[in-house]
Design a protein around this ligand. Structure first.
Ligand SMILES: *[C@@H]1O[C@H](CO)[C@@H](O)[C@H](O)[C@H]1NC(C)=O
Ligand SMILES: *[C@@H]1O[C@H](CO)[C@@H](O)[C@H](O)[C@H]1NC(C)=O
Ligand SMILES: *[C@@H]1O[C@H](CO)[C@@H](O)[C@H](O)[C@H]1NC(C)=O
Ligand SMILES: *[C@@H]1O[C@H](CO)[C@@H](O)[C@H](O)[C@H]1NC(C)=O
Ligand SMILES: *[C@@H]1O[C@H](CO)[C@@H](O)[C@H](O)[C@H]1NC(C)=O
Length: 398
């Protein structure tokens, strides 16, 4: 009987267990193993969320994770506590633990990494928040990087205290794979670059954001999920104005990108913005039907403690879901709890049935059930606590 149920448990776990990588300002990248269906509202020690390993090879302040081919994970170290920041290549071992391949110093404050020009070996672009810069590196398929270019921006900053200088906050590639975009929270622009066959960048006309809005992150979308140049939209999330602005994107023959503003909407549906709210992440769901975004520093939910023996309730910030019409129009669907304070980053699994949220100020990652068809976020499946300030979370389904 005992052996029988052990076997069943082993089968269940080999069939559906997925690893989760969590970056934290504690200087760690943790590997956690998620096995859905084996429990609810449980701590990491339980069957549903198992702790595998901790890696400390991504400097003092891991801020962003990106998968590459050949079971390689790139980890960006923001480096605010050390003279240099770094970008680190980690090999994913069979058991989900991580081993360093290479570490390379960068200018200060990188918070996002994006691969581009992937025809050959390709390159990676970093957005540097504190150093007001963009830097690029050539990369090889075995995960090694070498510095290519860097650009530092100066004035004009925006009117808000957070905008004392330019702050590059993300690097993203357009759906044609020909342009890189860098939202700049300090300068109220989204910078646009093309690049040549050697991965060298060439500045194009920027997208101007509203004054004081603080564009932070953005995501492209197309109803066709294709790489054609028609029917392409860009959704930009602004940290200071707490608005999403959508644009229709076109590709003029003269080069660069053109943006036509379509819609501007808040992140709380019919409710007024709570005082202090700060928008963070924006993604499109894997089925292409929903946009999800996160709201930090605004407790709009209270949750039971994940530890059933602890009666202290947990204040929670929120995740907002919009659906997308064929014409790129967003409609507010729902607000749901993030599971803690400051949901800086979150991610959906491949079939959209789970969302994992990194609540930075709670030092946790919370996994929620999600109905992929309706987009509705449901029960809390698992919570991992004590991870330090969590900054990025990825499901390993590559
Ligand atoms: C590392 O930091 C030192 C001291 O601030 C600086 O001189 C050097 O340029 C930095 N290296 C890189 C790659 O940014
Ligand atoms: C940044 O680029 C300049 C040349 O534009 C170069 O001298 C410098 O070494 C680069 N810095 C880093 C950290 O790669
Ligand atoms: C969080 O919100 C409070 C108001 O509730 C505000 O005083 C504080 O500055 C906000 N913090 C951040 C980091 O925006
Ligand atoms: C109960 O939960 C609260 C909130 O997470 C926590 O601060 C506190 O330490 C917990 N108490 C015990 C005894 O674990
Ligand atoms: C989006 O949601 C609105 C309001 O719930 C609904 O009327 C509309 O049909 C939905 N559109 C799509 C494409 O699902």
């Amino acid at each position: 009987m005992a052996i029988h149920s052990l076997l069943l448990a082993a089968l269940a776990s080999s069939a559906s267990a997925v690893n989760l990588y969590v970056a934290s300002y504690a200087g760690t990248v943790s590997t956690l193993q998620v096995t859905p269906g084996l429990g609810e509202d449980v701590y990491a020690a339980s069957a549903a969320l198992r702790f595998i390993s901790t890696n400390k090879d991504c400097g003092s302040a891991p801020s962003w994770l990106t998968f590459a081919e050949n079971r390689i994970l790139y980890c960006v170290d923001e480096g605010f506590a050390t003279p240099n920041a770094s970008v680190n290549t980690l090999k994913i071992n069979a058991d989900g633990s991580l081993t360093k391949i290479q570490s390379i110093d960068t200018i200060q404050g990188p918070v996002s990494a994006q691969f581009y020009n992937d025809g050959k070996n390709g390159a990676v672009a970093l957005a540097h928040y504190s150093a007001s810069a963009i830097s690029t590196f050539l990369r090889t398929r075995d995960g090694r990087l070498s510095p290519l270019e860097n650009f530092t921006f100066t004035a004009p900053p925006g009117p808000r205290p957070e905008q004392e200088k330019p702050h590059e906050h993300q690097a993203i590639l357009d759906p044609t794979g020909k342009f890189l975009l860098f939202p700049d929270l300090g300068a109220d622009v989204v910078r646009v670059y093309s690049f040549d066959s050697n991965s060298k960048l060439k500045e194009q006309k920027s997208l101007q954001a509203p004054t004081g809005s603080g564009p932070r992150h953005a995501v492209f979308w197309s109803p066709k999920q294709s790489y054609s140049k028609s029917d392409i939209y860009l959704f930009v999330i602004h940290e200071l104005s707490n608005r999403i602005i959508s644009y229709a994107v076109s590709y003029p023959s003269a080069g660069g990108l053109e943006f036509k503003k379509l819609q501007e909407l808040g992140l709380y549906g019919d409710r007024a913005d709570p005082v202090g709210t700060r928008a963070a992440e924006i993604i499109v769901s894997p089925d292409n039907n929903f946009v999800l975004a996160s709201n930090r520093n605004a407790t709009v939910f209270t949750l039971p403690n994940p530890d059933p023996s602890n009666s202290t309730q947990i204040p929670s910030d929120s995740i907002v879901t919009f659906n997308i019409s064929q014409k790129g129009e967003l409609t507010f669907q729902e607000l749901s709890p993030s599971g803690g304070s400051f949901p800086r980053h979150f991610t959906l699994n491949k079939d959209g049935s789970q969302i994992a949220v990194a609540n930075q100020n709670s030092g946790n990652v919370v996994i929620w059930k999600r109905d992929a068809k309706t987009g509705k976020i449901g029960d809390r499946l698992a919570t991992a606590e004590g991870l330090g300030q969590t900054t990025n979370v990825l499901f390993d389904e590559s």
